[in-house]
Write a protein of this length. Structure first.
Length: 717
């Protein structure tokens, strides 16, 4: 009788047939994210942000499950992963601390954003295998950059002039269409007018600097294709001509954004590309040098002339550079004081703007959402350990690339790492546009059908032009690494490391670079199990703690805008769906206050105060909330002459002044309230401070109106 044979284990290290489709999903998310704004005020809190994080974690969980089913598979892991885990982990600790004395919902939302960064970086490194796949995904992003540039051109030449004309002819209609609260004569109307009259295109981003931050690294990659052709002596105009056309298209839009930081970053990247090319031992013939020089001069001259002719490039771009740098120095000084105040945990993820108000210099231009410096932002929000982990991550990535640098080519070794997933990458690109269109309904600014159709068409044309390069071109690891450096240079001055549409390119370029130099290693079965448990737990946690409440809140708030008659009901539903968010309570307070103004009644006023109490519990560092409380209490005092209302107003203005000690308007209102209470000496003191701050700021929107200044001056006499 034959002995029963033991079951034979499935071979490990074999490419999973699911991998190409997981890569298609990853490409879809990578393409869709820049097509929807992730850089506007409060964008981290909207429903689409948590959805992207949840889907990245879901893909990572599926990958870990497939690896576990194979009893261990091939993966890339090492010291860089440990540094990234430390970076995200300390953000988690900082967020936990911030939930105790700050705004819990922004802290949790920002934490999940960093978890999404870590998951996307880790997963892309595992899924990318062959050199052709690296080129295909890079080509997709170059095509997306060209598409964003095309959208920017359309804004500059068509939609933005139309918006300016409408605002000049009918400002109220322009404000109504934009759905912003900006009454005539208000500071909000002044700021809205500044935005409308701006000539810098933004693409699908909320800020021109963000568009520039996205374009700069992919312009560098496009230029790197030409550098690679020279360095590797690949003389084929079918490879070089499409790259040159793409580079000119992207560069033109980059110039229109007037982003000095991005231009400097690209210039630094060109220098590094030249040094790399020279290090390869390339000897330029006189003919090659002349052709390259003439083409470069003609392209730069044509773009410069077009920019001057269109009015997008003027003397202010250069003359205002010093002023712009001066503003950033002010941001950095205040951020440094924030770091000194809480060096270990920072102010907490998602708490920067509210905390920055306490440290803002009197002469600074605004209460910024980030310090316009990626290192200071991480340091200020998550503390010194997070900053160290970030620097360690950058250092380890640089060391790993330099230690294992090689030229990516169609080598048999790289192709044999698994089946080619280039078709799935291209499918994922198309799916990314469809996905962005589908979820645009819950985005701050949805992707229009015209932008969708134009984007798909332009992206397809660019990919077709780059197909020969995808098939048999070259993408040296130096090119993607230098592009990542370009983005870091830009982020040193422009900021945006917490903007998913911008920072996503940094993590992608890093993953591309490491995938080109890191070998696949056998992952133990227990390691795959641990990864499965961790990724699965994170996916469930993201769904329960972030996606579900954020989505329900966003849907309820959107319903309130569509049906104002039932707004209170929808605001209450939003508050119930997301108990940690202050926004629904703030909306309820505004609604109740509007009713009180129409028909003053004690019950309505009490409801307004109750709603504000709930909002401040969830956002205790918000100077805007306490200032609003002071406004409504002082208005109530003016109608009722009740001393209790006046005392509430004074207490609120004092609290607001402590949270934002350089707010000229708050000190003026505090002085007025103290004078009404008969506390003349204190009123004079606060009025003096208001006038000092008014004289210190050079910014018109932060100065007191003439009539208010006159009243404040009377309190000092």
């Amino acid at each position: 009788m034959a002995r029963p044979q033991k079951p034979v284990a499935k071979p490990t290290g074999v490419d999973d047939p699911f991998r190409p489709w997981l890569l298609a999903g990853a490409t879809m998310l990578t393409v869709a994210r820049p097509l929807l704004p992730s850089d506007g005020p409060g964008s981290v809190m909207t429903g689409d942000g948590p959805l992207f994080v949840l889907l990245w974690l879901a893909l990572a969980t599926i990958w870990a499950l497939r690896v576990a089913m194979q009893r261990g598979g091939m993966a890339r892991f090492g010291a860089v992963d440990i540094a990234v885990v430390a970076l995200v982990g300390w953000h988690a600790i900082s967020a936990l601390v911030a939930t105790q004395d700050g705004a819990p919902r922004p802290a949790i939302a920002s934490l999940w954003l960093w978890v999404g960064f870590g998951a996307s970086f880790f997963l892309l490194r595992q899924l990318l295998r062959g050199d052709r796949e690296l080129r295909a995904l890079s080509a997709v992003m170059v095509a997306l950059a060209v598409t964003e540039s095309g959208y920017g051109y359309h804004q500059f030449f068509v939609t933005m002039p139309a918006d300016r004309a409408l605002f000049a002819q009918d400002p109220d209609e322009a404000v109504r269409i934009a759905r912003v609260y900006a009454p005539e004569g208000s500071r909000e109307r002044y700021l809205f007018g500044q935005r409308v009259n701006s000539t810098e295109p933004m693409g699908t981003f909320a800020l021109a600097n963000s568009l520039a931050g996205f374009l700069a690294p992919w312009l560098t990659v496009t230029l790197g294709l030409g550098a690679a052709a020279l360095a590797l002596r690949l003389r084929d105009m079918r490879l070089e001509a499409p790259a040159l056309i793409c580079a000119v298209a992207i560069l033109g839009c980059l110039i229109l954004t007037k982003s000095r930081a991005a231009v400097v970053g690209v210039g630094f990247g060109v220098l590094l590309l030249g040094m790399w090319t020279a290090a390869r031992g390339t000897r330029f013939t006189w003919r090659t040098s002349v052709i390259v020089g003439v083409v470069a001069l003609v392209a730069i001259g044509a773009l410069g002339a077009a920019a001057v002719w269109s009015g997008s490039l003027d003397r202010e771009v250069l003359t205002e550079a010093g002023k712009s740098l001066g503003y950033r120095l002010q941001y950095w000084q205040a951020t440094w004081q924030m770091i000194l105040a809480n060096p270990w945990f920072g102010c907490g993820p998602g708490q920067f703007q509210s905390t920055y108000a306490q440290f803002k210099l009197p002469e600074a231009s605004e209460v910024v959402a980030d310090p316009h410096n990626f290192l200071l932002e991480v340091w200020g929000t998550a503390g010194t350990p997070a900053a160290v982990a970030l620097l360690l991550t950058i250092g380890l990535v640089a060391w790993r690339i330099l230690a294992g640098q090689k030229t990516v080519s169609n080598s048999p070794a790289s192709v044999s790492q698994g089946r080619d997933a280039t078709p799935q990458i291209l499918l994922g690109c198309g799916a990314g546009f469809l996905f962005a269109l589908a979820i645009g309904a819950i985005s701050i600014v949805p992707l229009s059908i015209n932008a969708f159709l134009g984007g798909v068409l332009l992206t397809a044309v660019v990919l077709a032009a780059l197909w020969l390069w995808i098939s048999r071109g070259a993408l040296p690891v130096a090119v993607t690494a230098i592009a990542a450096v370009v983005l870091l240079v830009n982020l040193l001055v422009a900021g945006g490391i917490s903007f998913a549409g911008v920072a996503g390119s940094l993590w992608l370029l890093t993953a591309l670079s490491l995938a080109a130099v890191e070998p696949l290693r056998k992952l133990p079965a227990w390691g795959a199990t641990v990864l499965l448990v961790v990724m699965g737990a994170l996916a469930v946690g993201c769904f329960v703690e972030e996606y579900q409440p954020a989505m329900a809140r966003a849907m309820a708030l959107a319903a309130a805008e569509r049906d104002p008659q039932r707004a209170e009901q929808y605001f209450e539903a939003a508050a119930a769906a997301d108990p940690l968010s202050a926004e629904p309570w703030n909306r309820l307070a505004g609604l109740a206050w509007g009713r009180w103004q129409e028909l003053p009644a004690p019950a309505t006023f009490a409801a307004t105060i109750q709603f504000l109490d709930e909002a401040e519990k969830r956002d205790p560092r918000s100077a805007a909330l306490t200032d609003f409380r002071g406004d409504i209490c002082f208005r109530a005092y003016q109608l009722t002459q009740a001393a209790a209302d006046l005392e509430l107003a004074i207490a609120a203005f004092e609290r607001s002044a402590a949270l934002y000690p350089t707010n000229t308007f708050t000190f003026a209102k505090l002085a007025t309230a103290l004078a009404a209470a008969g506390r003349k000496a204190e009123a004079a003191q606060q009025a003096t401070e208001a006038l000092r701050l008014d004289a210190a700021t050079p910014h018109k929107d932060q100065k007191l109106p003439d009539d208010v200044r006159w009243q404040v001056e009377l309190l000092v006499r």
